[in-house]
Design a protein around this ligand. Sequence first.
Ligand code: M6R
Length: 602
Amino acid sequence: MCGIVGVVGNTNATDILIQGLEKLEYRGYDSAGIFVLGGAENHLVKAVGRIAELSAKTAGVEGTTGIGHTRWATHGKPTEDNAHPHRSETERFVLVHNGVIENYLEIKEEYLAGHHFKGQTDTEIAVHLIGKFAEEDGLSVLEAFKKALHIIRGSYAFALIDSQDPEVIYVAKNKSPLLIGLGQGYNMVCSDAMAMIRETNQYMEIHDQELVIVKADSVEVQDYDGNSRERASYTAELDLSDIGKGTYPYYMLKEIDEQPTVMRKLIQAYTDEFGQVVVDPAIIKAVQDADRIYILAAGTSYHAGFASKKMLEELTDTPVELGISSEWGYGMPLLSKKPLFIFISQSGETADSRQVLVKANKMGIPSLTVTNVPGSTLSREANHTMLLHAGPEIAVASTKAYTAQIAALAFLAKAVGEANGNAKAQAFDLVHELSIVAQSIESTLSEKETIEAKVRDLLETTRNAFYIGRGQDYYVAMEASLKLKEISYIQCEGFAAGELKHGTIALIEEGTPVLALLSDPVLANHTRGNIQEVAARGAKVLTIAEENVAKDTDDIVLTTVHPYLSPISMVVPTQLVAYFATLHRGLDVDKPRNLAKSVTVE
Ligand code: M6R
């Protein structure tokens, strides 16, 4: 949430900042701003709305050094006054921030009497505090920053500029992501390597509670007491083409289309040259040692956990429990004697999941992170990592990460089951079955026009809708409804089909759209009974069925796949439903209101 960029020592500073912010726009897009110095004059430019609005105001903004920010509002509305960068009382110090300062009101009261604030943000308090220590108390910039960092509590990635010194950017982080990008004769700062990949593939990590002094020709990492820390650089495995939209109108459609390729990449990543499944033996042992697996996640990743539960339980002979990270962070239930925590997170940065991981680490609970982003916080701080190999996912609505999460967990389940001699695992030809899934997805993708036509009739104007299903289909219904509501703003519930009659069916009236998912031969007839019940009350029903349970009257029919993997293929038409519904309602598919891709606040 919120994206930060910075550059020191490059005459194209404005361009680098704006291009970087465009790449980070997925992290927040309600307002943005830059501060540029090192030219004829200093410039502070802010705009409410997208980066394009900011960019339009930057003609003539020139300099060698600057910082920029794209915001997802936490404290205060999206206005220019609340947009970053923020300045100190005398306007000498300029700061951008990602995160939440927990004690900002206490700081204001204790240290900043008589100061004047333009907006309502916690960030403005932080920069006033630094300014006070430097200008009123006479500390050096570095000492003032350090003193403030000792006082500030909460999550933050900061980039600070002294407007009298274009030679340096000071940065610090705690719980929020921040990287240093290493250029030729200049250096950069960014929330995500994607922002600066046009400039460099060489990056340096910053750990929590570290402060970095970034100059054009040097990068110095310190702890808050001034002790130097050694840090090697690394090469980011990112390609410019991975992060472009190509000829697609929206990232979401590109990412939906990439799913067959992602399935094949996962096969490559988790098999050897003989086609045998290969997972890190230490991860297999961690599962074998556990008497219960606890999956912690949020949103779509949480749904992927549900969709994988049965497969994990049956193949590893280990019970699986699901937890919503934001709930577990504050109240952990009674755990089994030998728990293993599996964190599922596309970004690897979700603050809710991280706070559970921090607690798990303190309790000595072993952990595995299943993530798309190598080197992400959840990956670094867990004992083990499995990667999704899905390539950058940029649309706020998660699609290919969900399907990759289930597939990655299938490799884990298969590997553990085989190691344990589990008969179902031995009989489960995952590589073959996943290839069928890839083909099934391809065939669904070739039906886009049909799906679009059906969606237009059903969802173009409705205010609400339901997805229903049983068993695995219920779990897919949960994900399908999240996808539809987050981008089309249609109020949608994913329901266990049999549960409707216990209350929710009261909401069905003439014309209410109900989308039914049918893949399980044992459960499909029961769901068909529930379809009759809602149709009798006026619902407009759209059915999505696998061939093995399909009838001629079904609207969308999918190739049958292995039951463990059916959530992967079943979810794809629902992703397209959400995409086309949003398109026909004239909304921005990739950047829905109020959301951000990477949720780095609790
Ligand atoms: O990066 P993570 O997988 O941890 O993110 C979790 C959720 O914030 C995320 O899945 C969210 O629900 C998406 N917007 C869903 O499309």
